[in-house]
Ligand binder design. Structure first.
Ligand SMILES: [Zn+2]
Length: 310
């Protein structure tokens, strides 16, 4: 059976995608994203999810009645095969956080892109270490509570700020919560398939952009166009605020008097926490040689943490 990509070839470097292996950690919320990457020309997938499809998943994840009771990764793999029989899919039904570095090297050493589509913070955090250690491009998707907004973070070895550098305060908050036996993972109730789809529409082109970076195609130029603005944030609910601030309106410079401003706006930020600080993961896995400068500043004096600029 043939798969004809002629209608998207100006936008997507399909030939380059064909050789790429995409690893997706967390498959439930990413069913449609994975399927649409398959439609766009990705043919090699490694899907990891420890969960089974339940009847509560159908209202917002792209599963069907026949999938109930099956591992999510296998249900998604079958959907991919129905779309394009040429796809090569490997499924792993396990907990990413329980994999050792050796397991990860064996299973994912050939990855060209990691996608962390999980709202479980420990998996996102481990993902950052894996991406840095293996020097592999990665993408993190995160919906905010109730689906009022979301974020997509991307990283590749040419970018200074890793996921943890960008949201170090979040890492500290999670560590603090863990020490007292709590979890700060956002509750996913309230987030609909439309909210997830909105984030997918941003994450999909970024994924293809990372895989075909430098190609003379629209998506091949995307990552270069973004440069170090690797924290993408999107407003879905018109009333969404962070700590009382209407961040998107603020960043876009839209005055309160502008009544046309509504929702579904996206901003690309360089450093949301204004940290200008090298995170512990970068110190551990990249070192001074890998990151000679950070946002134009020397990272540190020998033996010292860099100065924080707030
Ligand atoms: Zn870092």
């Amino acid at each position: 059976m043939k798969f004809d990509f002629s209608r998207i070839k100006r936008t997507v470097d399909v030939a380059k995608l064909r050789d790429a292996t995409v690893v997706v950690i967390g498959n439930g919320g990413a069913v449609d994203l994975i399927a649409n990457l398959g439609r766009s020309g990705v043919t090699k997938f490694k899907l990891l999810d420890k969960d089974i499809v339940t009847d509560a998943n159908l209202c917002r994840q792209g599963f069907e009645q026949a999938d109930i009771g099956r591992p999510k990764a296998e249900a998604v793999a079958d959907r991919l095969r129905r779309i394009n029989p040429e796809v090569e899919v490997t499924t792993l039904i396990c907990d990413f956080c329980e994999m050792t570095d050796e397991d990860i090297d064996r299973e994912f050493g050939d990855a060209d892109l990691f996608i962390f589509a999980t709202d479980h913070f420990p998996a996102q955090a481990r993902g950052n270490q894996v991406a840095l250690r293996l020097q592999k491009p990665a993408l993190w998707l995160g919906m905010y509570a109730d689906g009022v907004g979301g974020e997509v973070v991307f990283w590749h070895p040419g970018i200074d700020a890793c996921y943890r550098c960008l949201v170090e305060k979040r890492f500290l908050a999670h560590e603090l919560a863990k020490a007292t036996g709590q979890s700060l993972d956002p509750p996913s109730d309230g987030c609909t398939i439309f909210d997830i789809g909105f984030l997918d529409a941003i994450a999909g082109p970024l994924a293809i952009g990372l895989l075909t970076r430098g190609s003379d195609s629209r998506y091949g130029k995307l990552i270069g166009a973004l440069g170090d603005r690797n924290f993408i944030q999107t407003q879905i609910d018109p009333d969404w605020t962070i700590n009382g601030r209407r961040v998107v309106r603020e960043k876009l410079g839209v005055p309160d008097a502008c009544k046309e401003f509504f929702a579904w706006n996206t901003i690309a930020r360089t450093d949301p926490e204004s940290g200008f600080k090298v995170c512990p993961d970068c110190e551990q896995f990249r070192g001074d040689a890998a990151v000679p400068f950070f946002h134009g500043m020397p990272i540190r004096m020998p033996g010292k943490r860099p100065a924080t600029q707030n």
